[in-house]
Design a protein around this ligand. Structure first.
Ligand code: HEM
Length: 203
């Protein structure tokens, strides 16, 4: 019974990592990418999101609650799962370890990012716009921190898609898992370029 319960929690954790958290991450990086087209393009794109009806409810239902569940249960998994590095020194084992490291780092990065942006708006009414990000990223240490945060998130999502496909029985053969490694790693590179170019556009 306990094992069955854990199985369902793991399934929920896996599903929420992709939908809605993974979808949101991709959307968020694409909106940020508008910064490469100039101040106005970014403010217009971010402004469209801000004008969404019932924004606060949508944010809690689509982002904060699923992300908090995925993150907190993820920390539990990260500290209880056993990697097999000694027995199998394969790329996939390293990715398994990296999935956990990036997850833990993302807890710190996302908490800091929400504090600097959304919570400043909620507490002091500060506008979340191009100037706010440019101000944050005027500190070179922050540029490094944000680049590490974005690359951790894009790796975590891309490798997460690979393990999602295995967990849900979609890629069962060795061959299909190999193809999935290539496809998800190409996705990782493309989404990282989008994310990093967006950061550099504010610098
Ligand atoms: C940008 C935010 C995040 C996104 C887009 C995301 C996405 C994903 C996806 C798609 C998976 C694959 C699910 C599966 O294995 O079937 C996954 C797995 C995982 N995530 Fe996240 N995640 C995020 C944040 C976090 C955080 C903050 C943690 C905290 C430690 C975390 C910990 C984990 C762990 C441990 C796994 C592996 C689960 C397993 O192997 O069973 N994730 N994530």
């Amino acid at each position: 019974m306990a094992k069955e319960k854990e199985f369902h929690w793991r399934r929920l954790h896996s599903l929420l990592g992709l939908i809605p958290v993974g979808l949101f991450l991709t959307f968020h990086l694409l909106v940020n990418f508008q910064a490469t087209k100039g101040v106005e393009a970014f403010n217009d794109a971010a402004g469209l999101v801000e004008k969404m009806p019932f924004l606060l409810i949508v944010e809690w239902v689509v982002i904060y609650i699923p992300l908090m569940f995925h993150a907190f249960y993820g920390v539990y998994i990260a500290f209880t799962a056993k990697p097999n590095l000694n027995r199998f020194g394969t790329l996939r084992n390293w990715f398994f370890v990296l999935q956990r490291f990036t997850g833990i780092f993302l807890v710190i990065f996302i908490a800091w990012h929400i504090w600097e942006t959304r919570l400043q708006k909620a507490l002091h009414g500060t506008e979340v716009n191009f100037d706010m990000m440019a101000e944050i990223l005027s500190n070179p240490a922050m540029v490094v921190f944000y680049i590490l945060g974005v690359i951790s998130a894009t790796f975590h999502l891309s490798n997460g898609i690979w393990s999602f496909l295995v967990s849900w029985g979609i890629t069962q053969s060795k061959q299909s898992q190999k193809v999935a490694t290539w496809v998800t790693m190409i996705f990782f590179v493309l989404l990282s370029v989008v994310g990093v170019m967006a950061i550099l556009a504010f610098v």
